[in-house]
Design a protein around this ligand. Structure first.
Ligand code: DP6
Length: 361
């Protein structure tokens, strides 16, 4: 059990100057899905993800010292006031306050932008919460002198998790594991850790083309979906399966076995949606075109033996995953056959990346 008190900062300076930090954080795509959580954003099962490169949030945080204590911030989206984001950020600040009491000493101006279209249906909560957490940790680094880089990395992920669970997997590393599980040393429910085992060249620079099937507002939010895993008839089985799949993937990453990789990744995606369809109330987030794409991928893979597969998030969009070595063939396939199933033929080509970047000037 992790002692969360480890992340409470109690001895800190107060700065009187004004300063702006800027950090970018990428989105990530889970191969083993987080679905179900306990109190305080503790996952019901471990998850494992590829960090992405192109789908990013860039967030600047300006702090100014103030006299009275309390949470105080202004929110901008692409330079313009954005009040609709306020409740989420307010909740985030309230959750991190016990660990970062210094935030009450400052007024913050937070300006954020995404590299992907806002209405694309791509969840920006993972990249957004990771980016703001990286900024908070940059501030903390100026306030304390008794902590090392490893502590700050863990705490950035810990804070991001309090904003949105999957965000803790967007801080550092190409592959990240979040959630205590036997096969991964030092794994934790409190923060994500870099997958630190052998990775076969087949998985280097793995590609992810995100097909934008439906940009509409989701009918059931992830938060509600997680809650529906309470009392779900298949929950225990599912949670156990996630542990097993991480252990299997660890061996697959070492051996480079793409056939086995595909089996696990596609099964995880369909299991996630099976959990939605079998919860009470039940719901379906896939759209007809999600199924068209899945079937087209299966047909193409059968006919060509190209090791391309899919995964899904809590939505209708499809992530098409493939090794860099087959990039040309898969991009042709997407342009010629799959793009017709996307809204306005839109998709985003991404690939595995490394996490947060400091863009402070
Ligand atoms: C299906 O991280 O968005 O994408 O913790 O409530 O913010 P909250 O949920 P969120 O859930 C993501 C669920 C998922 C699977 C995954 O990314 O592991």
């Amino acid at each position: 059990m992790v002692d969360f008190n480890f992340f409470i900062t109690s001895n800190y300076r107060k700065l009187t100057h004004k300063k702006t930090f800027t950090f970018s954080a990428p989105s990530n795509i889970a191969l083993v899905k987080y679905w179900g959580k306990k109190d305080n954003q503790i996952p019901a099962n471990p998850s494992l993800s590829f960090t992405l490169s192109n789908c990013k949030t860039i967030t600047s945080l300006t702090f100014t010292a103030k006299e009275t204590k309390g949470i105080s911030f202004d929110l901008l989206f692409e330079g313009q006031p954005k009040e609709s984001f306020r409740p989420k950020i307010q909740k985030y600040f309230e959750r991190i306050l016990p660990y970062c009491p210094y935030i009450e000493d400052y007024h913050f101006t937070i300006d954020t932008q995404n590299t992907f279209p806002h209405s694309s249906g791509i969840a920006s909560s993972a990249s957004g919460m990771a980016a703001i957490s990286a900024n908070i940790i940059a501030l903390e680094k100026e306030l304390v002198s008794d902590k090392d880089e490893n502590y700050f990395l863990q705490k950035a992920s810990f804070l991001a998790r309090l904003g949105s669970g999957s965000a803790c997997r967007s801080i550092k590393g190409e592959m990240v594991v979040w959630g205590k599980t036997e096969s991964i040393a030092n794994s934790s429910d409190a923060y994500g850790i870099e997958f630190d085992y052998e990775v076969h060249p087949n998985f280097k620079n793995y590609q992810d083309s995100i097909l934008l099937v439906d940009k509409g507002e989701k009918q059931v939010s992830s938060t509600v979906g997680h809650e529906l895993m309470f009392g779900h008839p298949f929950a225990e089985q599912r949670f156990a399966q996630a542990h097993e799949n991480i252990a299997k993937l660890k061996a697959i990453f070492a051996s480079g076995d793409l056939t086995e990789f595909i089996k696990i990744v596609e099964s995880e995606a369909l299991t996630l949606h099976a959990m939605m369809m079998t919860s009470m109330p039940y719901f379906i987030l896939m759209k007809p075109n999600t199924l068209e794409i899945i079937n087209a991928i299966w047909k193409f893979r059968n006919e060509t033996q190209v090791p391309v597969c899919f995964t899904l998030d809590a939505g209708a969009n499809v992530h098409v995953l493939y090794p860099e070595s087959v990039k040309t063939q898969v991009l042709d396939f997407i342009a010629n056959e799959l793009s017709q199933y996307c809204q306005n033929n839109q998709y985003i080509n991404d690939f595995v990346g490394n996490g947060v970047e400091d863009l402070t000037q």
